[in-house]
Design a protein around this ligand. Structure first.
Ligand code: ATP
Ligand code: MG
Length: 801
């Protein structure tokens, strides 16, 4: 059909339009950042529905975050001018949870299964490692967790792994035992971890072709955004969903009254769904989670006859920003050459800034944000990105001091607070009585005099008798524990039973298959918090922090009230699922007038008027953990590329000359990626005092800017007293000099306790102690008038007397 001129293709360029209108089994849209990939997907869905080629219920679209899903749904509905309920637009995880909750019984799982997050996984692994004494062999919860996760993302379950493991290697044998125990415990608790959500759905489809057929029949159009970041398990899931339904199964579906008419081809089979994937291999940043960049390059092999559309025109950024992005990514090998361009002109130059310290860098950012704001840029249209969460400390300190409205996306971690986890554990224990982890968490929270010995006794009693932990709690009378402990355990079990009873729908509700008559989530939570004594324990505590904890629990109650209001008829399991699946970027709230702070990973797919990329230093970007891994620096470069291409009009690149990292202060070197940007694109505004530093020391200028005499700097940064810039004794690379000015280098200056020194600002003093090693040696100095300071010997403006 010719839809040209329809509002669905208005405002699209010819290639985008082609992608929206193409009809065929497989379509691959490869394109750089900001070229309208997500927009094309949205228009394509609307076009399929408007042209009546598909019902909304026949569409499955996979996005990277729940928020992106909600946005896509809104835009599709806006384009159509009507609601489009029945459409599945969600993340991989949410889609799989929906499928698994419906089909749980096929794989012997309770439909109220719990979803374990990373912290839950580690708690269980910690117990297992302790029981097996595996720590002596070097296993940690984190190392075991990442190994297990890798295997699951490769769809290798424990039995498959056992067949391939080398039984002569004690290390491998031990790991296998950990993996076994872990799998067994999750099963027993009716729990799945995040990787299981995908893997179990694939296993379900493979083991039960008839169940798979229900979804293969239903979803006629599958569309995947950010395809470059799918891992093998996710890829396999898509593969399963796009399989044709064979004739025999079609006949069975038909017998069960499931509509197949109009869907079958001449042979009586239902052809595979049409698949559209969009991605940019230059933005693949999840290799550490098993994402496989080859998914894109091999798409054409896996889906022969696939149509490929390339988009190159960028609608997001200025040409200067794009030229920087192009120049950086061109340094990666083994990629398809593509050059982003815009019709919108060069725009402003990129601004570069080198701070003395992370605080100085943060101050520059805060000042610049205020300037942008005065010039009319809304706070919510400004974002600050960083590589590691630790970098937020300096930024937050300065932003708070500058009274700048900001929000750390993915940093509030409300649901990770201990008291919230406690309260949630009560809800989980009610929803899923098999969940041992949740039960053990609340067993003595609040304190009821149930000690670790009792906990272990219950656990082994359960194990020996093949009972769940909860059943063991009910049988506590026979365990010969003291009367007080026995009473406390029974009381807790009763509270949980009563709460569970509140959740049973009325007879009418059960009849109609709805949740009618069941208590609301908020009512159950309030009941649990009051009857368990948790809230009172926090309220009556003398620990001032417990007051905040009580408020947090009350905040959780408020959230469940909102949930009940917004989702009438929803169940406790629905609430728990929603909480489990919130991703960092889901916390973004466009309406709030705040600057957003987030990691580069979280920034994927987003765009802002002004973007600050911070800490562009060796060790941070590329991160030192990945610098030595094969493919690491290339992946980190893609991360930098993702960051650059989030900016619409203004891009800032900043770094610091020294940074406290891993508890140490170290000299920071400019990132290797910075020199890949053509010089003419960046306007370097260095620290005052640095700009003219080639001639020598300029400490006064710096102090003048801070409006305070020498000592003021010391209050800005507890870890590192300010150091100055002077002519270098040693040759440095030309590049490093251009960015950072010439850093003073005291070389091998040897200091020890008792030495007298002179500092350009603090005057004379006595060294009391020297700590650290090599370039990170720090002198602790008692100055005669300026007090106690810690100085990085290598670069401090000091001389030995
Ligand atoms: P990323 O790779 O970062 O996910 P993307 O390729 O998905 O980017 P979009 O987010 O879809 O790109 O589009 C980038 C911006 O350009 C959006 O603001 C979008 O509305 C706008 N845009 C896309 N195509 C056009 C067009 N033809 N005309 C005007 N604006 C467009
Ligand atoms: Mg996109």
């Amino acid at each position: 059909a010719d839809h040209s001129g329809s509002r669905l293709t208005d405002g699209l360029n010819p290639e985008q339009r082609e992608a929206v209108e193409y009809r065929g089994p497989a379509l691959l849209i490869v394109a750089g950042a900001g070229s309208g990939k997500t927009r094309v997907l949205t228009h394509r869905i609307a076009s399929l529905i408007e042209s009546r080629e598909a019902w909304p219920s026949q569409i499955l679209a996979i996005t990277f975050t729940n928020k992106a899903a909600a946005e896509m749904r809104e835009r599709v509905e806006a384009l159509l001018g009507e609601g489009a309920s029945g459409m599945w637009i969600s993340t991989f995880h949410s889609a799989c949870v929906r499928i698994l909750r419906r089909e749980a019984e096929s794989i012997g799982l309770s439909s109220t299964f719990t979803i374990y997050d990373s912290a839950d996984q580690r708690t269980i692994l910690k117990r297992i490692i302790k029981e097996l004494d595996a720590d002596t062999m070097g296993f940690t919860p984190a190392s075991a967790q990442s190994k297990i996760s890798k295997l699951k993302n490769e769809l290798t379950d424990v039995e498959t792994h056992a067949r391939n493991a080398n039984t002569n290697d004690p290390q491998e044998v031990m790991f296998l035992e950990i993996f076994r125990q872990y799998t067994r415990r999750l099963r027993a608790a009716s729990a799945l971890d995040f990787d299981d959500l995908i893997a179990e759905t694939v296993y379900l489809f493979r083991a039960f072709p008839k169940v798979a057929a229900l979804y293969q029949r239903r979803f006629r159009h599958i569309l995947v955004d950010e395809y470059q970041d799918t891992n093998h398990a996710q890829y396999s899931l898509i593969h399963e969903l796009t399989r044709p339904v064979p004739r025999e199964i079609v006949a069975e579906l038909d017998e069960h009254g499931i509509l197949v008419r109009g869907l079958t081809d001449a042979s009586g089979a239902i052809p595979g769904a049409s698949l559209t994937v969009v991605g940019d291999s230059d933005q693949s940043i999840y290799a550490f989670r098993g994402a496989d960049i080859r998914n894109i390059s091999e798409f054409e092999r896996d889906f022969p006859g696939a149509k490929v559309v390339l988009l190159e025109q960028n609608y997001r950024s200025t040409q200067n920003i794009l030229s920087a992005a192009n120049a950086v990514i061109a340094n990666n090998f083994d990629r398809k050459e593509k050059k982003l361009w815009t019709a919108d002109g060069d725009g402003d130059k990129i601004t570069g800034y080198t701070g003395y310290t992370a605080h100085d860098e943060a101050q520059f950012i805060a000042d610049e944000i205020e300037a942008l704001h005065r010039a009319g840029v809304a706070y919510r249209d400004i974002a600050v990105f960083y590589r590691t969460n630790a970098q937020t400390r300096a930024l937050e300190e300065i932003f708070v001091r500058s009274a700048l409205p900001y929000r750390v996306v993915g940093g509030t971690k409300f649901y990770e607070r201990a008291e919230i986890k406690d309260a949630m554990a009560y809800l989980i224990a009610v929803a899923n009585p098999a969940d041992e982890l949740a039960l053990r968490r609340i067993l003595n929270t609040p304190k009821r005099g149930i000690g670790p010995a009792t906990e272990t006794a219950l656990a082994s009693f359960a194990e020996q008798n093949e009972l769940t932990f909860r059943q063991a709690m009910r049988a506590v009378d026979g365990l010969g524990l003291g009367p007080k402990v026995t009473g406390a355990i029974s009381a807790l079990a009763n509270v949980l039973d009563e709460a569970a009873a509140m959740l049973v729908p009325s007879a009418e509700g059960i009849e109609a298959g709805t949740n009618a008559g069941a208590a609301k989530v908020s009512d159950v939570l309030v009941f649990l918090m009051e009857r368990s004594g948790l809230l009172d324990a926090l309220r009556n505590s003398r620990d001032p922090q417990d007051e905040t904890r009580a408020e947090n629990v009350e905040e959780l109650v408020a959230q469940t009230r909102d949930f009940d209001r917004e989702n009438p008829g929803a169940t406790l399991v629905d609430f728990l699922t929603q909480v489990s699946l919130v991703a960092a970027a889901d916390e973004l709230d466009d309406a709030s007038g705040t600057v957003s702070l987030m990691t580069l990973h979280t920034a994927k797919g987003l765009e802002y008027h002004a973007v600050f990329l911070t800490g562009i230093e060796e060790g941070l970007l590329p991160h030192q953990m990945s610098a030595s891994e094969p493919g690491g620096p290339a992946e980190e470069r893609r991360l930098f590329y993702v960051g650059i291409t989030r900016a619409r009009k203004r891009l800032y690149l900043s770094l610091a000359m020294s940074r406290a990292q891993f508890g140490e202060v170290a000299v920071a070197m400019p990132s290797r990626y910075l020199q890949e940007i053509p010089e003419g694109l960046i306007d370097w505004r260095q620290s005052p005092g640095m700009a003219t530093s080639r001639g020598g020391t300029q400490p006064r200028a710096l102090n003048a800017r801070r409006g305070a005499p020498g000592g003021a700097w010391g209050t800005r940064d507890r870890d590192l007293e300010r150091f100055s810039v002077t002519r270098s004794d040693k040759p440095k690379t030309e590049w490093a000099n251009r960015v950072t000015g010439t850093v003073r280098d005291n070389g091998d200056l040897t200091l020890e306790a008792g030495d007298r020194i002179r500092h350009t600002d603090f005057g004379e003093g006595t060294v009391t102690q020297v700590t650290g090693e090599g370039t990170k040696r720090i002198a602790h100095v008692g100055f005669d008038t300026a007090g106690q300071k810690k100085l990085l010997i290598k670069i401090a403006p000091i001389e030995k007397l």
